[in-house]
Write a protein that binds this ligand. Structure first.
Ligand code: UDP
Ligand code: MG
Length: 318
């Protein structure tokens, strides 16, 4: 794609990562050196480290290292804003030709960055890191994570299966991504919306070497829910469907109640006059909620103000 050697920015969000940082910094710096010496990336390539309001010595380490080494850029957020926002802040700080985002714990083996750059050089704007194996994840994490990707697909959300936030973006893909003005960031979904030629690099996910996961179950669930509600109106549509189904069901029940009331002697006094409005109002309410939901989903699409398109190429004769 680029005729010259591209400059690379690696973006790493860090939240309470003091135990991991020495290893991460050493690994990333030597990887950068290696790629520069092999002529894959230019010598002004950088590593951006974003401190997401850590409570430990993360910022102290980052500031010290970045002062001493021009290959490192340390960015400090005003407070803890969460992984996605920290990552986005880092991406916005870059000026390089390509960016690769990766977690500070190196669970996504950084050796694959070179393969990603190769894919970029072949003409891909987006390269997705995909976990081919999750042997080091617990059964619970694997089961819930993979189930989630399936569920999202069912709800019409286009995600790359088993891809999280280890990915390469070209400058134009990143600039397009920045046009998305949403405050509920679910980057792996937005990147799919952005489009452009893309490819995949598969890798095996490693275990975290130091420190513990910064994604406890509560954060994980809230992130999963954010992904659904930021990308799918299927739950609202489900109310309409439920309203229709219960509407049909209650009309048959209403017919049954009327039949018992008028054609038999089995009806207890008061039974029909309680049951009829109950069935009727119940289904009318659900249907109305569904209709409101349909409009709500339109408002939701509108307020997002997502860009309608990104031009990938224009061919014309002078
Ligand atoms: N992280 C962050 N802010 C947060 C939580 C996490 O910047 O509020 C960073 C964290 O330092 C790491 C990445 O996000 O670089 C992924 O977190 P972690 O590895 O703990 O998640 P897991 O791999 O367990 O899903
Ligand atoms: Mg991790």
């Amino acid at each position: 794609m680029a005729s010259h050697t591209p400059s690379l920015a690696v973006v790493i969000p860090c939240y309470n990562e003091e135990e991991m940082l020495p290893k991460t910094l050493a690994t990333m710096l030597s990887l950068r050196e290696g790629m520069i010496s092999r002529g894959k990336i230019s010598a002004d390539s950088k590593i951006y480290l974003v401190d997401d309001g850590s409570k430990d010595r993360t910022w102290e380490i980052l500031a010290r290292e970045a002062t001493a080494n021009s290959a490192l850029v340390a960015v400090k957020l005003s407070r803890n804003k969460g992984h996605q926002n920290a990552l986005y802040a880092g991406l916005c700080a870059t000026t390089e030709d390509i960016t690769v985002s990766i977690d500070a714990d190196l669970q996504d083996d950084p050796k694959n960055i070179e393969a990603m750059v190769d894919e970029y050089l072949k003409g891909n704007d987006v390269v997705y890191g995909v976990r081919s194996a999750r042997n080091t994840d617990t059964f619970f994490k694997r089961f819930t994570a993979e189930g989630y990707y399936h569920l999202m697909k069912k709800m019409g959300v286009d995600l790359v299966f088993n891809h999280a936030d280890f990915r390469l973006l070209s400058r134009r893909a990143l600039e397009s991504l920045k046009e998305y003005d949403e405050s509920n960031l679910f980057l792996r979904g937005i990147v799919r919306e952005v489009g452009y030629p893309s490819s995949v690099v598969e890798y095996e996910r490693q275990a975290r070497e130091a420190g513990e996961s910064k994604y406890p179950l509560k954060k994980m669930l809230s992130f999963a829910w954010k992904g659904i509600t930021a990308f799918s109106t299927a739950p609202l549509r489900m109310i309409t469907v439920l309203g229709l189904v219960s509407g049909f069901a209650s009309f048959s029940l209403i017919a049954w109640v009327l039949a018992i009331r008028f054609f038999t002697d089995n009806a207890t006094p008061g039974w029909a006059s309680v049951l009829l409005p109950l069935l009727f109002i119940g289904s009318v309410q659900l249907l109305c909620l569904g209709v409101i939901g349909e409009y709500l989903s339109k408002i939701y699409e509108e307020v997002k103000r997502r860009p309608k398109f990104h031009i990938s190429e224009i061919v014309k004769k002078d």
